[in-house]
Design a protein around this ligand. Structure first.
Ligand SMILES: Nc1ncnc2c1ncn2[C@@H]1O[C@H](COP(=O)(O)OP(=O)(O)OP(=O)(O)O)[C@@H](O)[C@H]1O
Ligand code: SF4
Ligand SMILES: [Mg+2]
Length: 361
């Protein structure tokens, strides 16, 4: 492995080793050609569209029951927008989202209500996402009330106590307010709320990014335990590849609204094929001083271009260290380059299988 050998945060967590083969069976979530645009409008009387933020542009991915897909990319690459579209907090412009055998696009709010129960979300800022005026027990119990999942008052209190215990908090903490918890405990509360309605998919948007390294490891361990216990599927979003590595079975790398590489976690970290992934991985320090000394860091020039006016051809060509003239003319498709790995790069070559074109999956 040349880079991305992990950090203290990840070393305290149990590394996944069962990532070498593609999952079989039916995906729990199947996203195809998903696009989300934000039109920018101007005008006093008649509002006209003057520009369009192409936040997510034709992305496709699957998540299987009990599996974790890591979604990484720098700030502004479209991770949160994609996640919000998946759980229907934001209407996509086009594409398909199949969840548990049902197409979500085009569903009415009443049709979506029972499906929303099966999808939980945990946000980056546990304090901001928890109502400061609600007691912990009420926060955790809210989904039980919303979805009518408690048969009686006693049943409700029993379920709330069990949820608090499941995430490593004590039932006695139900009476406390969010400001009486530490950052890690608040995130446990957020997780308890997210699993209250017994979902099959959790979207975790930078759920551990704001936490100290040791607390990060505790929450990651908790998430892995919950996944094993309840066969939960995770869409795990982070900008830190070292965090994503230790929880993900597969990883998708986003750049400017698109997925530019997708692979089994182990393959991605050992053999990144896309120059953007290689640059992201090269930025991760390794705890081994000898490897750290020989680590070559790829510094990307400039900032992420505006998604309102993405570069021509390969969107990464303005920052790619190996770009050629052809890169500004041709928009590369995501190509299968190894058994469990695909990259959208004209120059990338595989290491075990002959490349064959695939649509953006
Ligand atoms: N409501 C909105 N209106 C207009 N543009 C938006 C809106 N929400 C997001 N964007 C733009 O869409 C792009 C993708 O944003 P998004 O929040 O999905 O990125 P992200 O990958 O989650 O970034 P971060 O790592 O900072 O959370 C950005 O250019 C952002 O400015
Ligand atoms: S297609 Fe060209 S610019 Fe794009 S990633 Fe590959 S080498 Fe770089
Ligand atoms: Mg985000």
């Amino acid at each position: 492995m040349t880079a991305g050998t992990g950090t203290a945060s990840a070393s305290a967590t149990q590394e996944r080793t069962d990532t070498s083969s593609a999952p079989t069976g039916t995906p729990l979530l199947s996203v195809r050609n998903l696009s989300v645009h934000f039109p920018l409008k101007r005008g006093f009387i008649v509002q006209r569209e003057v520009a369009r933020v192409r936040a997510v542009e034709g992305i496709s991915f699957d998540i299987y029951p009990g599996e974790t897909l890591g979604l990484v990319g720098e700030s502004g690459s479209g991770k949160t927008t994609a996640a919000k579209a998946v759980i229907q907090l934001r209407k996509p412009d086009s594409g398909s989202i199949m969840f548990d055998g049902q197409e979500l696009l085009g569903m009415s709010n009443s049709e979506l209500r029972p499906i929303r129960r099966k999808m939980g979300m945990v946000f980056q800022d546990p304090y901001g996402s928890l109502n400061p005026r609600m007691r912990a027990g009420d926060i955790v119990g809210e989904p039980l009330k919303v979805h009518g999942l408690a048969e009686s008052g006693d049943d409700y209190r029993t379920q709330v106590s069990a949820l608090l215990t499941t995430v490593g908090l004590s039932p006695g903490m139900a009476e406390r307010y969010p400001n009486e918890f530490s950052g890690g405990q608040r995130q446990r509360l957020g997780v308890a709320r997210a699993i209250a309605a017994k979902p099959s998919l959790l979207v975790l948007d930078e759920a551990v990014s704001a936490l100290d390294v040791s607390i990060q490891a505790q929450i990651l361990n908790l998430l892995q335990d919950l996944q094993d216990q309840y066969n939960l599927a995770y869409l795990f979003i982070a900008h830190d590849l070292s965090v994503v590595r230790h929880i993900s079975d597969r990883v998708a790398v986003m750049y400017l609204g698109r997925i530019v590489e997708t692979a089994d976690s182990k393959d991605l970290y050992e053999n990144p094929l896309h120059p953007y992934t290689q640059a992201l991985l090269s930025a991760i320090p390794t705890p081994n001083p000898r490897l750290e000394q020989s680590r070559t860091r790829i510094i990307l020039q400039g900032d992420l271009p505006s998604p309102m006016a993405p570069p021509s051809g390969c969107h990464f060509h303005t920052r790619c260290p190996i770009a050629t003239e052809a890169c500004s003319l041709t928009d590369p498709d995501l190509r299968q380059l190894a058994p469990n790995q695909a990259a959208a790069c004209l120059l990338a070559t595989g290491y075990d299988a002959a490349p064959s074109p695939v649509s953006r999956v």
